[in-house]
Design a protein around this ligand. Structure first.
Ligand code: B4P
Length: 191
């Protein structure tokens, strides 16, 4: 089974994807994690994406599609969870072509709905918790970057809701409940 978790920053895509890795032996493909790894490694590509990511902007389609293409060559176990990808219509078209090349299909697109003020609170809270625990704080986890990430989301990513709705594989869920309630809503769709 191959699925997309779609939603604004802080909607809980990463949180739910980690759970699906445990419960269904799926492979999480988080472009955010891949880009943060590239940034931390100090690679040429990492250096190129750092400033855009820290400000909350979207990295170019070419870079993220390249990252996904590479990962699709690996083991798929119980299937792929696309976490934070695609984020533009160009990425969505590229994903459709890549899956077709591999003889794979998309089984579900799950849109997680959360209001803006809750998203800002969750992300600012994550930063505060990391700082209190002496852990590194994500450079884009501050109110200014989050507000910019939200604007980017509505401009460039939200059109994907209509795109997948037209293809007939979109289900929208309430992402406001507790983590285990959201888990149960996703399980019901996948079952
Ligand atoms: P991502 O890493 O995808 O980050 P995100 O959208 O902020 O996170 P997510 O929705 O996964 O939230 P999480 O579970 O962590 O992207 C970061 C950056 O990378 C982007 O801004 C962009 O620059 C770049 N990028 C990534 N993919 C790209 C692409 N395809 N194209 C271009 N650029 C790309 O949850 C957040 C917090 O909420 C956590 O603290 C969590 O504990 C809490 N939480 C989760 N669920 C909850 C619940 N139900 N109740 C209460 N709290 C909850």
């Amino acid at each position: 089974m191959n699925i997309i978790l779609l939603g604004p920053p802080g909607a809980g895509k990463g949180t739910q994807a980690s759970h699906l890795v445990e419960s269904r032996d799926m492979i999480q493909l988080s472009t955010g994690d891949m880009l943060r790894e590239a940034k931390a490694s100090g690679s040429e590509m990492g250096k190129r994406v750092a400033a855009v990511m820290d400000a909350g902007g979207l990295v170019t389609d070419e870079i993220v599609i390249g990252l996904i293409r590479e990962k699709l060559e690996g083991d798929k176990k119980g299937g792929f969870i696309f976490d934070g990808f695609p984020r533009t219509l160009g990425q969505a078209d590229a994903l459709a072509a890549l899956l077709e090349e591999k003889g794979e299909k998309l089984d579900a697109v799950i849109e997680m709905q959360v209001d803006d003020e809750t998203l800002v609170k969750r992300i600012v809270n994550r930063a505060a918790e990391a700082a209190a625990a002496g852990k590194p704080v994500r450079a884009d986890d501050n109110e200014e970057s989050v507000r910019f990430r939200l604007m980017e989301y509505y401009k460039k990513t939200a059109p994907l809701i209509g795109y997948y709705h037209a293809k007939g594989n979109l289900t929208s869920i309430d992402g406001l409940g507790a983590i285990d309630e959201v888990q149960a809503a996703i399980a019901a769709i996948l079952d």
